[in-house]
Design a protein around this ligand. Structure first.
Ligand code: ADP
Ligand code: ZN
Ligand code: ZN
Length: 841
């Protein structure tokens, strides 16, 4: 890799040459932009530093750009504008990252500006949306120019204004960035990005019963008194369901997060207010820890014999190979092995990146890592505030963080001395970004980055992706296996429940087989916890009229609306459209409007009916929107006060609970029969992972019940026997027969347009042109996807399969891009948009 040409300028006479910089601008235009560097700045600008530049007609926009190249040749066909301001003394983006940006733009067929946009936390990108505020310490008004005074007068009136707003106030022809820069120089205003907020602890408001009512007698009196006030009574009952004070008065002390009680309906909010006013409840505040209890520091971790051997094997493989797959069953203690390897890498003086899927990162693992690495470890997470992310970024540059644990986007952090990269749960599809571009796979990007920095990569999983396992089988990656659970715990026993048979015998109760109900009952008696998995949120996915077959559909998308009982509304899971639930059929007026099918919300409801005295929690997208909601649910479940946890695939990922001995799985058939060539692999992964939540402690044999209409399916047999290799052999053969990955690379093109005919016409033309050049075995489609219309856009997919060997993939991509550009510039097909997804999943 070429080193930064930081010293370029010393070889010129600064008085005679005009300097130019090629900049990456965070916009979707496939080129660099050349700007002029003011004299005074010339010595200071370095490649990889950020600058602020005017952009757009009349310089009306302000953008943060990255210096990619310095030179002294003016652009041929336009007049270069001046850089307004230099933001960094030292490069914020290093040469590896610049190389990465370029590589990603080419590989994922997008613009380098789009990569930059996703790579940098927004706190590092001053933009037209950035805010400017009056500096209260300013008191030298005589220094201001007329223009500045006008802006400052406005700024004094308001808490803050954006660059855009200020630009409008300043009027046409004013270089707003220059103006603000001058104001900043005079210390008259502050740009938000420059405010260094300290870490402010977050407070949560909680409520608890007034101590008077902790006593059972008094509580009963209270409930009686509230008989006449059903809404208030309901609020108290809700509280007691979460905090059973009637059974254990001591629980009241800790109280309950206020938002849990409110459940965002106004009625309960006002009832709660009244109850607080009448001193039935009291409110109080506590500091919310960023992560749960980090107090207990952990001493040296002692690897078990099996783990020790695995760690040694990994080290040995690393002597010969740069990439190793660590295939360890669920609960084998992969994390402990990682910790050991991380410590070694850090001791050797190199940087370490530990990637985790989004959802797994929020709690348990981070707590464990923090006990070992304390605040030497940076955490990079999308639910963190932007300030916190900027802190981590700068901490990597300054050397404060040698080790970062993070999600997908952590691959963009400015490492320059990586020694080890760990990709945990490497099979996880959430490593792939779907929207916006770059549609990158963090595992693959990490492999590239590690390759450049000569770092080792450890890919870990209990259910590796076929792609990765194939590479290991071919000898291109090392392979280390760990087949023992920690502490002699055993894998759970998996039983298949034949729902067809139970239906025949009429032993099903709604969605529950009698086998599952019995097992849940027994688990309750033993005071052990259960996890129930249904990969569908909401109450039920369809609402239909029995008389005329009308179904509730989204006006914008070609899907049915999902019924959400708690909020009493119908929702589209694709575009977010919401509407009230009709009481009568909108077409025929019938009252027989029924829900069909079931999601997590309905299961939660039914569990309360079958086990009225048990405590049930639900974990899905709907219950985890708030920043720490996910962590809260996990902590509550961990504390043991909850008996059952119902959830979508969120509950399958990396969770580690001591007391879970039963896992129930609904609707396995729907996963298995999903129309996608990866459905078998996915079902195996998902069902094995969720099963792996059971029986993670020695002496507590776990049981998994899978409800299915067809217990004889071969995939289910493989899951029961934990036969990953069998699954691999079968699947890989099929992939080879049909030339799917890992034998080929896939590129998916999705054509979109509000007019179906236009969308189809563009897709057909594109497909024909591609087929002409690449051959019909390589090009499939155009085909309407399962949901053929989303947000009023009609979709057509074209799938391109390119062999991994003997094809010049760069040339193929360039050809595809050319054909797409032809279409996008064709007058008749204007406004067609085409999404390119390289290595689509
Ligand atoms: P995996 O990621 O392989 O499913 P984990 O790393 O979550 O497994 O480990 C499972 C459980 O066993 C965790 O609670 C972990 O703390 C515990 N554990 C694993 N190895 C050890 C060890 N060597 N010492 C103490 N506890 C361990
Ligand atoms: Zn009807
Ligand atoms: Zn919709």
């Amino acid at each position: 890799m070429e080193n930064q040409a930081n010293t370029l300028f010393t070889s010129f006479d600064a008085d005679e040459v005009t300097f130019f910089a090629d900049l990456i601008l965070p916009i979707p235009v496939p080129k660099l932009f050349t700007y002029r560097i003011p004299r005074g700045m010339a010595d200071l600008v370095k490649i990889g530093a950020r600058v602020i530049v005017p952009f757009g007609k009349k310089n009306s926009r302000v953008l943060t750009a990255i210096v990619a190249r310095l030179h002294n040749s003016p652009p041929a066909n336009y007049q270069a504008r001046y850089v307004t301001e230099l933001l960094d003394e030292y490069p914020l983006v290093n040469s590896y990252q610049l190389e990465l940006f370029r590589w990603m733009a080419e590989y994922y067929m997008c613009c380098v500006g789009e990569v930059m946009n996703v790579a940098l936390p927004s706190g590092l990108k001053i933009s037209s949306q950035s805010k400017v505020q009056f500096n209260p310490d300013f008191d030298y008004p005589e220094l201001l120019t007329e223009h500045e005074e006008i802006l400052l007068t406005e700024l004094k009136k308001q808490p803050a204004l954006t660059y855009d707003e200020l630009s409008r106030l300043a009027g046409e022809g004013v270089n707003i960035a220059a103006l603000i820069k001058s104001l900043v120089g005079k210390k008259a205003v502050i740009v938000f990005e420059e405010i260094r907020e300290k870490y402010v602890p977050k407070m949560i408001r909680k409520i608890r019963l007034h101590p008077n009512y902790e006593e059972r007698e008094q509580l009963l009196v209270l409930l009686q008194r509230l008989e006449k006030l059903p809404k208030q009574q309901e609020v108290v009952m809700r509280y007691l369901r979460h905090v059973p004070v009637q059974h254990n008065p001591a629980l009241n002390q800790k109280g309950l997060d206020k938002t849990i009680l409110n459940q965002d309906d106004e009625l309960s909010q006002s009832s709660l207010q009244t109850l607080v006013k009448n001193a039935v409840f009291e409110t109080f505040e506590v500091i919310q820890p960023r992560f749960a209890d980090t107090s207990a520091p952990q001493g040296e971790i002692r690897l078990t014999e099996h783990q020790q051997r695995a760690a040694e094997q990994i080290m040995t493989r690393f002597d010969q190979q740069n990439i190793v797959l660590f295939h360890g069953i669920t609960g084998s203690g992969k994390t402990e092995v990682y910790i050991h390897l991380i410590q070694q890498a850090l001791a050797g003086g190199s940087q370490v990146l530990y990637l985790l899927p989004e959802i797994a990162l929020t709690t348990q693992i981070v707590v464990r890592l923090q006990r070992v690495f304390g605040d030497k470890m940076g955490i990079y997470h999308s639910k963190f505030s932007d300030n916190e992310r900027v802190e981590v970024w700068k901490g990597v540059v300054s050397g404060q963080y040698q080790f970062v644990v993070g999600v997908r986007s952590a691959v963009f952090l400015p490492f320059d001395n990586l020694g080890l990269v760990i990709v945990d749960e490497e099979h996880e599809t959430s490593y792939k970004q779907h929207d916006p571009a770059p549609r990158y796979h963090a595992r693959d990007v990490a492999l590239m980055m590690a390759h450049w920095q000569q770092a080792k990569v450890l890919l870990g999983s209990a259910t590796p992706s076929l792609e990765t396992y194939y590479q290991a089988k071919q000898g291109r990656y090392g392979l280390v296996e760990l087949h023992h659970r920690f502490g002699d715990a055993t894998l759970p026993t998996i039983l298949l429940i034949d729902t067809k048979q139970e239906k025949r015998q009429k032993t099903m109760k709604n969605e529950f087989s009698s086998a599952l109900l019995d097992a849940l009952e027994m688990n309750l008696e033993r005071k052990e916890q259960s996890i129930l998995f249904q990969n569908r949120r909401g109450y039920s996915p369809y609402m239909q009229c029995e008389d005329c077959d009308w179904t509730a559909e989204c006006p914008n998308c070609a899907v049915s609306l999902t019924y959400h009982q708690r909020d009493a509304e119908l929702r589209c899971h694709y575009c977010g459209h919401k509407e009230a639930v009709p009481r009568l059929c909108p077409t025929c007026g019938s009252t027989k409007v029924k829900t069909i099918g079931f999601g997590t919300e309905k299961l939660e409801d039914q569990l309360q009916v079958y086990f009225p005295s048990s405590r049930v929690l639900r974990m899905d997208l709907d219950t985890t929107r708030a920043k720490d909601a996910y962590g809260q649910i996990i902590r509550e479940f961990e504390s043991g006060s909850v008996d059952m946890l119902v959830g979508t695939q969120m509950i399958t990922k990396g969770l580690d609970f001591d007391n879970v001995s039963l896992v129930g799985i609904f609707d396995a058939d729907r996963l298995i029969h999903f129309p996608d060539f990866r459905a078998t692999e996915r079902s195996f992964q998902m069902l094995t992972q969720v099963s792996g939540r059971a029986g993670r402690r020695a002496g507590r044999q776990g049981t998994v019940l899978i409800q299915t209409a067809n217990p004889h399916q071969s995939i289910l047999q493989k899951i029961i026997q934990n036969d990953y290799k069998g699954l691999y052999e079968e699947e890989i053969q099929e992939r080879q027969d049909f030339n799917y990955p890992p034998f080929s690379r896939l590129i998916k093109l999705t054509v979109r347009h509000p007019d179906k005919a236009i969308s189809q016409q563009a897709a057909e033309r594109l497909c024909a042109e591609l087929t002409d050049a690449l051959g019909s075995t390589r090009v499939l489609g155009p085909e309407q996807p399962l949901v053929e219309r989303i947000r009023n856009q009609f979709l057509f997919d074209i799938l391109i399969k390119i062999e991994r060997e003997k094809v010049n993939i760069k040339a193929v991509k360039a050809y595809i891009q050319d054909r797409i550009n032809d279409i996008l510039t064709d007058k008749g097909l204007r406004q067609v948009s085409i999404v390119i997804d390289v290595d689509c999943l």
